[in-house]
Design a protein around this ligand. Structure first.
Ligand code: FMN
Length: 214
């Protein structure tokens, strides 16, 4: 086995098993793809929702998941610039949870890593439609009351979080089009099951989920 291949295998195994830190596992995602792919106009032409039944059992690669999460809310300009616009240029006030066959994870945009929430495969629990579980990964966008509390009006908080979720999901659609992945925005979910599966705290509101897969 060549050195490069061995390194790739080690990175993949690390990704699949997670690098253990105190208590919960943590996965350092590989760098996202930030060059190449199709142009933005071609991605706009190709953007569409994949039919639920058309998602196959194939899993996203670590590189694909990395690029999708970066598109959703990664840093694109130093330490205070993101792929999505935020009110006052604040840090993201929608959290991105990732549900896959290897558990539930929280995306940390600052370190471009995933922190383990639970080792359980909860995909079948959180979608109200049976096909939702078919996607390799579900991205669940959750309004973060800790960051949003700088806005005193709860209606403004909800509006800003919902607008951000729209920008994030559109970015995911476009990145998925470029990576030739399937994607579908889903509003219908079992809210109680989702809050439990993600171990959400008081005031943390799931907005929507994105199915992403092949
Ligand atoms: C706000 C919103 C809510 C949606 N909710 C669901 C849903 O709960 N279940 C579903 O299967 N698709 C859902 N969709 C996907 C739409 O059905 C899909 O975008 C629509 O059929 C248009 O198809 P297109 O995205 O390929 O243009 C939702 C889309 C949006 C924008």
């Amino acid at each position: 086995m060549s050195g490069l291949r061995a390194l790739g295998l080690t990175l993949t195994l690390l990704f699949l098993s997670g690098a253990m830190t105190a208590g919960a596992a943590e996965i350092q995602l590989p760098p996202p793809q930030t060059e190449g792919g199709i142009g933005v106009f071609e991605a706009l032409k190709k953007r569409s929702s994949t039919e639920g039944g058309d998602f196959s059992a194939a899993e996203l690669s670590p590189a694909e998941l990395s690029t999708i999460l970066w598109a959703a809310s990664g840093l694109n300009r130093g330490e205070k610039g993101w792929t999505v616009p935020m009110a006052r240029g604040m840090a993201p006030y929608c959290k991105v949870y990732v549900a896959g066959s290897n558990g539930v994870w929280l995306y940390d945009w600052a370190s471009h890593s995933l922190k383990e929430i639970s080792p359980d495969n909860v995909k079948a629990k959180i979608g109200s439609q049976a096909f939702v579980r078919r996607a390799s990964h579900l991205l669940i966008l959750v309004a973060d009351p800790e960051v949003l509390k700088v806005f005193p009006n709860p209606e403004v908080q909800a509006e800003f979080a919902n607008v951000l979720a729209g920008a994030m999901t559109q970015n995911v659609y476009l990145a998925a089009a470029s990576l030739k992945l399937g994607a579908r925005y889903i509003h219908r979910m079992d809210l109680a099951a989702t809050k439990e599966a993600l171990a959400l705290g008081e005031g943390e509101r799931p907005i929507c989920l994105m199915m992403v897969g092949k």
